[in-house]
Every structure is written in structure tokens, then in C-alpha cells.
Design a protein around this ligand. Sequence first.
Ligand code: ITT
Length: 181
Amino acid sequence: MDILFATSNPHKFEEAAAFLGQRGIRAARLPFEHRELRSDNLEEIAREAVDSAYSVCGKPVFVEDTGLFITALNGFPGTYSAWAQKKIGNKGILKLLSGAGDRSAFFETCIAYHDGKSVSFFSGRCAGTIAEAARGTSGFGYDPIFVPEGHPQTFAENILLKNNISHRYKSLLEFSKSLEP
Ligand code: ITT
């Protein structure tokens, strides 16, 4: 089957298209520049975005909203992850965490799928810690500073691992199961 993924982020599209392609679902990208809703809730943001994407394309379409939630920063950058990546980047996050005893964090993704009648949600979470310094060159965004639980490398040092355990992988797995006939 064919499906549309509305996103402004080519990296997110690449990861999702590779995963879905392995399961016989061909994803096409709807380049979607959209002013995101301000909210602390990923599902609320994804809901508003998918309604807007559907009103543009009029076809079954999904969006996903992802955040990095850092315990020592009370969940920041969370739903403001795109903004924080642009404004302060990984360097800024590492600076905010200098001297922090607790470096735990998690990524969470919420997919919202509009099938033309109703909207369904699929979430995935990946726990880990924030590294002391950025490491690795693969991936994008916060990948060089995120070390998934139980592994020594950052996502940017081991992209194959990322693609098999990540927040995005988990949410896409649930989503793809729901599309099975
Ligand atoms: P959309 O148009 O799809 O919303 P976006 O880039 O604004 O694209 P998000 O709000 O979902 O996407 O993501 C927030 C930011 O978090 C994103 O810009 C990246 O910097 C970062 N991010 C998202 N997924 C990531 C991942 O798997 N690994 C590392 N960083 C990630």
C-alpha cells in the first residue's frame, strides 16, 4: 500500500520510509511546513498537525511529533525539541547539564494517522542518558548526545542500533501492525 507522511524533516522521513518499505508499505513525503501547536502534549500537537495535513492533501496521511525529555531539566526540551535544537543545539543542552548527577532522558514519538474518517495514535519511547560530549556523525538532531539504555554508543555512533530500538521504530511498528489487512 501507499501512504503519505507529512513532515518538514527529511531525516524523519528517511527513517520512516526505510522501516515501512521493509514491510511492503510505500511512503511518499508531503513536504509540510506548518506552525506547530504550542502544547506540552505530543498527542495534542500531532492531532492538530494531522488534521491540518489532511485538509491540505485530502488523502490518508500521517504525521509524527517527537521530543527529547531530560529528567534534570524537568522534561525540557520535550515538545520544544525542534526549537531548542535550532536555538541552542546539542552544545547548549550539554552546557545546561554540566555538573548534573542525573543524566537520564527519553525520546518519545507520537504518530497520528488520519485515514479519511478518524485519527489514530501510536506511541514509542526509548530510554537512555545524555552523553558527556557529542559523539558520532550518523543520524540527526540529538542523536550524537543520546545513549540508549543498555548500550555504550550514542545513536549517532550506531545508526543500525537506533533503527532497531528507537522511539520512532517502536511507534512505526505499532502503526504498521494496524495497517495489516
Ligand atoms: P515535523 O515537520 O515532522 O514536525 P520537526 O523537525 O519539527 O519536523 P519534531 O518536532 O517531531 O520534528 O522533532 C523535534 C526535533 O527533535 C527535531 O527537529 C530534531 O532536532 C529532534 N529529533 C526528532 N527525532 C529525533 C531523533 O530520532 N533523533 C534525534 N533527534 C530527533
